[in-house]
Design a protein around this ligand. Structure first.
Ligand code: ZN
Length: 200
């Protein structure tokens, strides 16, 4: 291959990379990932993703919020995404406190009333006046297995997500560095001496 030909190919590849939205080129795996912002979850490594492979949304908990719906609706309806993967994880900070405790702690620390401040400063119309709704807005949870199943259902059933998009949820075990499916905890199925003795 001549040098000019090589350069032309590089230019072509660069153009497709830069202009992929304009050209309607989806991300490489046609994938949208929702996961927690937690630094222990190296989501690219966990899912084996390379740059260009996926649209990745991270927030506290990896939970379906209004902006997750906004982003997922855009990528599935306009950017060619066909698959959504939700990854929640063990030892998530969102299991440490209840929404009520977070509201109390924030209001005490900052001297604010959360029902009176804009939750989205660029969209003051999006207000939650009900104190109980503010508590739910923080979206704390108790069971990572239950929360994963619930996030998948929220996405599957949302009218802005096309029905042919597949939605799957996994749990990343911080303690083992591996993914598992909800309610499938392998270590609980491994024989122990006590169980073996109990069975005889
Ligand atoms: Zn987390």
């Amino acid at each position: 291959m001549g040098v000019a030909q090589q350069i032309n190919e590089q230019i072509q590849k660069r153009e497709e990379w830069v202009l992929r939205r304009q050209k309607g080129i989806p991300n490489n795996k046609r994938l949208f990932v929702l996961t927690c912002m937690d630094e222990r979850v190296n989501i690219e490594e966990v899912l084996g993703l390379q740059p260009g492979d996926a649209h990745i949304f991270r927030n506290a908990g990896g939970l379906v919020t209004d902006d997750v719906i906004r982003s997922a609706a855009l990528t599935t309806n306009f950017f060619g995404t066909k698959e959504i993967i939700v990854v929640n994880h063990t030892e998530c900070g969102m299991m440490l406190k209840s929404g009520e405790e977070i509201v109390e702690a924030l209001e005490a620390a900052l001297g604010v009333d959360l029902t009176r401040i804009p939750l989205d400063p660029s969209l003051p119309e999006l207000a939650l006046k009900d104190p109980k709704a503010i508590e739910r807005w923080f979206r704390t949870f108790e069971s990572v297995d239950e929360i994963t199943v619930a996030q998948v259902e929220l996405l599957r059933n949302h009218p802005l997500i096309p029905k042919d998009v597949t939605v799957t949820g996994y749990i990343y075990e911080v303690e083992t560095g591996r993914l598992r499916r909800p309610f499938e905890i392998l270590s609980q199925r491994v024989n122990s001496h006590a169980e073996m003795a109990g069975n005889t």
